[in-house]
Design a protein around this ligand. Structure first.
Ligand SMILES: NC(=O)c1ccc[n+]([C@@H]2O[C@H](COP(=O)([O-])OP(=O)(O)OC[C@H]3O[C@@H](n4cnc5c(N)ncnc54)[C@H](OP(=O)(O)O)[C@@H]3O)[C@@H](O)[C@H]2O)c1
Length: 429
């Protein structure tokens, strides 16, 4: 028994030696050395031997540019692959374009850049025959870009739903446990899950940029941030979450990109989910994306959406992929782009505070009926002289719902502006 083991060890040593002779360095230029950039440099140093054994190329960081050190020319001259981890539009756009025009493969985690200048970047990557990889730009380490551009590339995607912002998911999870919005946000900041200035996250803007990127890839249609209506979580109240729980609903900030006929709707807003939806159980700072297509029904991917080391591992995965294939998510064909839609149908949760008088429910229901909204479920709670009506409608267009809400708000018996939140009805149980 010992002889074969010894000979297999020798064989493996000689394979390693033979491999080592053929290992060539791969020079990586790093733009940015902040949270993700420094974590990437550390992870690369830790993993370079393993990558060399697997690919025959040993990646090493040759040059680093920050605000206070290095130069773009040094990074360009010293690299075959440029990794952009600066963030923002400029100078990132100029440097990424120059690097690709000079024949360098580029890896970036920059959602703003891809969202605003995606077509230009894909075209320049394609015309220079270089890879442009950006797995870390959406949902951190969750490999949704690869799944859309490779695993599911042959399918017609019908719909994507995503929890693509960890800060807001953390805040909503805390509100479901009874915290107010302000308490939940303070807890997120204290735990490092929200920035000192959380406005990009809580307004829904960060999620909208990520959904624009996913929509572009899944539906091969150019979508920019300006095309994505978004609504954040700032005005949500914890009692909405408590009432909704009685109706079997949980609240998330959901990004949606869906094909409707020959149109495409991309949007971000708070939405209630029934317990059977795969995103209903995603709590805390995790991100998750569901992709629906006729052939696959639905798949869900979930994992950490941010953090230096997790994000750096997605960047490093892109680097291995570039080494192995030499190419990446190149130009996304826009041969038959879909028409972008502004209004879509959905069921709505509606919360109305009214005087506790006879006929008020009938008056509210009559307005909803006039605007084409029928009621699926309703809760009524007494509050002294007032009462609270909480209901879920059957699907109707947002424009009709808003018109009905405005009219209900003008009823003499209504005590405060009604609140409306979308409901996602699908369940995959
Ligand atoms: N942090 C996360 O968890 C996360 C998750 C997913 C994606 N991302 C994306 O990853 C990218 C990097 O994020 P980060 O959190 O690592 O940012 P960060 O901590 O602010 O680091 C940015 C780095 O870029 C450098 N830099 C910025 N502007 C520059 C300029 N004009 N010239 C030269 N260097 C410049 C900074 O230099 P100094 O060191 O001199 O300031 C710093 O080293 C962004 O696109 C972000 O959206 C981040």
């Amino acid at each position: 028994m010992s002889a074969p083991a010894a000979s297999s060890e020798r064989a493996s040593e000689s394979v390693q030696q033979a491999g080592a002779e053929h290992v060539e360095p791969l020079r990586v230029g790093l733009l940015g050395h902040g949270t993700v950039g420094s974590a990437f440099a550390r992870l690369l140093a830790e993993r370079s031997e393993a990558i060399a054994a697997r690919t025959g190329r040993r990646p090493q960081v040759e040059a680093i540019l920050t605000r206070s050190s290095g130069s773009f020319e040094e990074v360009l001259d010293g690299s075959e692959v440029v990794v952009e981890l600066i963030g923002g539009l400029e100078p990132a756009r100029t440097w990424v374009l120059e690097a690709m025009s000079a024949g360098r493969h580029v890896i970036t985690a920059n959602k703003q850049l891809l969202c605003e200048h995606g077509e230009e970047l894909f075209d320049v990557a394609h015309s220079n025959g270089v890879a442009l990889r950006f797995e870390a730009a959406v949902a951190g380490v969750v490999p949704v870009i690869r799944v859309l551009t490779e695993s599911l590339a042959s399918l017609d995607v019908d719909r994507i739903h995503g929890i693509v912002n960890g800060t807001t998911n953390f805040v909503l999870s805390a509100m479901e446990r009874g915290a107010s919005y302000e308490q939940a946000l303070a807890e997120a900041q204290a735990s490092g899950f929200a920035e000192a200035d959380p406005s990009e996250d809580v307004s829904g803007r960060d999620a909208a940029a990520k959904m624009a990127i996913l929509a572009r890839l899944a539906f091969r249609t150019p979508v920019k941030l300006a095309d994505v209506p978004y609504e954040g979580i700032e005005r949500l109240q914890s009692d909405d979450l408590q009432y909704a729980r009685e109706l079997g609903l949980g609240l998330k900030l959901i990004g949606t990109a869906e094909r409707i006929g020959d149109g495409l709707s991309v949007r971000v807003h708070p939405a209630f989910l029934y317990g059977g939806h795969p995103l209903a159980s995603v709590t805390g700072s995790f991100n998750a994306v569901t992709v629906e297509a006729e052939a696959i029904t639905e798949i869900t991917l979930s994992g950490p959406g941010a953090g230096g080391r997790a994000t750096a591992s997605a960047v490093l995965g892109d680097l291995v992929s570039v080494i192995e294939s030499g190419r990446g998510a190149g130009r996304v064909p826009a041969a038959a782009p879909l028409r972008l839609l502004e209004d879509t149908e959905s069921p709505f949760y509606l919360h109305v505070e009214v005087a506790d008088k006879r006929g008020v429910l009938v008056a509210v229901a009559a307005i909803l009926d006039r605007w084409g909204a029928s009621i699926k479920s309703v809760l009524q709670r007494g509050l002294g002289d007032n009462a609270r009506l909480v209901m879920v409608t059957h699907p109707l267009s947002e424009a009709r719902l808003r018109a009905a809400v405005e009219e209900i708000g003008q009823l003499e018996l209504v005590r405060s502006p009604p609140r409306a939140i979308r409901v996602i009805e699908e369940e995959f149980t």
